[in-house]
Design a binder for this molecule. Structure first.
Ligand code: ME8
Length: 589
């Protein structure tokens, strides 16, 4: 059994969730469920990014306190993840005291670590910098904000020159280290960024790095953030990215905000060369090390600079060795007719309304099959309906319905294990292809493997015509074999599809009357989950509290069960009920 720690970006709570948020969380959920299917110990962390200027402004506009504002939006995110069956183990909310303590402890550690040559902090310095400040938008402006005439437009006015003192985190000193690290990971066949076509993009950006990161904001212009520790002097709030990125460690079970991730060796270290590979890993508490490092699932817009530049340097500063760095799984974007979704264009897709209209499983299915991981795709309800009807209503639903109906009609629903004279219709050999494809995050291709197997079984039924075999008593053995293999194929397709369609997979298992204790894997009493009757539905036991990952009862689905011959001799199937009713195309779509 291996450990699998997966995180997502934490969503800004300045507006309701959209389809891009839903896509990312479902993608991470599918990968987490796949690892549970393999029997891995999984911790899936997701959450919300609640601080920052945008939230402060949105709350002000509504005339409510920022905490009240974020609580309201946070509740919308959590309700959506419940509706979409996103089954996370840890919830990262950046206004959580645990997180605030962690951010402040990190700042303090970095501030306290001295460079012996200067007697100053090795990582953070304070400086005063001047720049043009938009009083209307409450932000400093750069040349990017200047119009074609070289002036700042009316949307920024009044603009004034301001001198401001802030704290800076050293980035550019680590440029060479970061480039070498990225190259080494690529050379080792374990790229820092996947899909690896984005590595070049990141490398280019790092090559151009020539500044440090301003990590504070004066409390005079931003109050809604984590205050700096008092030792920095009064009146500074943490820059939102320096706060948000830390969620990936503050919510890891076993993390100790006061020095848990940093070894004594690194705290007294004097320079890069002396500290590299000095056994810092050994300093992490064992529960933290059990999970770390993470696979961070993020969108392409936040790879540069936040996750690809700030985060590895922050981790390095916090004492993480090169072999303790995470991996970034960078996904593409859902667009609308080739254009970005935006409130001003009025083309934002609401996943909550979509799930109400078509059902959560149809939404999950489309979000996973309609895009290749890493690429962009165009969102369209028409495609959602087409994919659902073609694959689920036709291929899988049809196979389920006809297999159960015919088995009931011709065999009273009871199946026998076929003799060697009747081999299975196709080889599955442990579904190696499925596993390899999932390890490459190509979820849409994995779906094709699972649904394709059902489609193939439909052809197998057509070719063998059980309705004709049933008329000839000398074909009884063949009739049983065809229906046995069809039912067994459905059982396997349900297992392979369970990461994407957990409810439907439970539905198929229920109709097949497949119980966990029938699994050859369920050998020990502890390994067995309680048998479920169809009426018990498929409620899943969730352990949400941080630190309790892996404490679930056995999963109902196991990849090891996806082999021919799982249905025991004399197995009695359940009754068919339509699982994937066709979606009729409404006129307006
Ligand atoms: O960036 N398609 O939050 P966010 C696919 N708080 N993914 C999309 C998308 C789209 N159309 N639009 C956005 C933030 N996303 C920060 C993250 S992490 C420490 C802090 C993705 O609410 C986006 O790429 O703007 C990101 O990964 C996630 O949604 C949250 O975006």
């Amino acid at each position: 059994m291996s450990n699998f720690f997966i995180t997502t970006a934490i969503d800004y709570t300045n507006g309701a969730p959209h389809i891009g948020h839903a896509y990312e969380k479902v993608l991470a959920d599918v990968l987490a469920r796949y690892h549970r299917l393999k029997g891995d110990d999984v911790f899936f962390l997701t959450g919300v990014d609640q601080h920052g200027q945008k939230v402060q402004q949105s709350a002000e506009k509504q005339g409510v306190a920022p905490q009240e504002f974020v609580d309201d939006i946070t509740a919308k995110f959590r309700a959506l993840w419940d509706k979409l069956d996103v089954r996370y183990d840890g919830w990262a909310a950046t206004t959580d005291d645990l997180h605030k303590e962690c951010v402040r402890a990190n700042l303090q550690m970095l501030w306290d670590e001295q460079d012996p040559a200067t007697g100053q902090s090795r990582w953070i310095y304070k400086k005063s910098e001047g720049g043009y400040y938009s009083v209307r938008q409450e932000q400093f402006l750069t040349d990017k904000e200047r119009g074609a005439d070289g002036e700042f437009g009316p949307e920024w006015q009044p603009v004034e020159f301001r001198e401001e003192e802030n704290f800076y985190f050293r980035l550019k000193d680590h440029k060479k280290w970061l480039l070498d690290f990225i190259d080494k990971r690529t050379a080792d066949g374990n790229p820092f960024v996947v899909p690896d076509f984005r590595v070049g993009e990141l490398r280019n950006a790092v090559g151009k790095l020539d500044g440090d990161l301003c990590i504070s904001r004066p409390a005079a212009r931003l109050q809604w953030g984590i205050p700096f520790p008092e030792s920095f002097g009064a009146g500074f709030v943490t820059y939102v990215w320096f706060d948000a990125l830390v969620n990936y460690i503050s919510f890891v079970p076993g993390h100790d905000p006061h020095g848990g991730t940093r070894s004594r060796a690194s705290q007294t270290s004097t320079g890069d060369t002396a500290t590299e590979g000095d056994g810092r890993a050994g300093a992490h508490p064992s529960e933290f090390s059990h999970w770390w490092p993470a696979l961070h699932v993020i969108g392409k817009d936040i790879m540069i600079p936040a996750h690809g530049v700030y985060w590895p340097v922050m981790l390095k500063a916090l004492g993480f060795a090169d072999d303790e760095m995470p991996t970034l799984l960078v996904h593409g974007w859902w667009n609308i007719s080739g254009a970005k979704m935006s409130k001003s264009l009025g083309n934002v897709i609401d996943p909550d309304a979509l799930a109400d209209k078509y059902g959560a499983e149809a939404v999950r299915y489309y979000l996973m099959i309609g895009i290749a991981t890493g690429q962009d795709a165009d969102f369209s309800e028409e495609h959602l309906i087409q994919f659902y009807n073609r694959d689920l209503a036709n291929d899988l639903g049809n196979l389920l319905n006809r297999t159960l109906s015919m088995a009931r009609k011709y065999l009273g629903g009871r199946l026998s294990v076929p003799s060697e004279a009747f081999p299975p219709p196709y080889q599955c050999a442990g579904w190696k292809n499925y596993e390899e494809t999932m390890e490459m995050f190509a979820v849409h291709q994995c779906i094709y493997i699972a649904v394709g197997a059902a489609g193939y079984c439909n052809q197998y039924i057509e070719a063998n015509k059980p309705w004709s075999l049933a008329k000839d008593p000398s074909q009884a053995e063949r009739l049983n074999a065809v229906l046995y293999y069809s039912a067994d194929a459905l059982r396997m397709s349900a297992i392979l599809l369970s990461p994407v369609l957990p409810k439907a997979a439970h539905g198929i298992f229920d109709q097949l009357n497949w119980k966990m204790e029938l699994s050859p894997q369920a050998t020990s009493p502890e390994g067995r989950a309680p048998a479920r009757s169809p009426s018990e539905g498929h409620a899943e036991v969730r352990t949400r509290e941080v630190g309790r990952a892996g404490a679930r009862p056995s999963e109902r689905f196991r990849l090891a069960d996806a082999q021919w011959g799982g249905l025991p001799d004399g197995h009695q199937l359940g009754a068919p009920t339509p699982l994937f009713p066709r979606i009729e195309v409404p006129k307006e779509v």
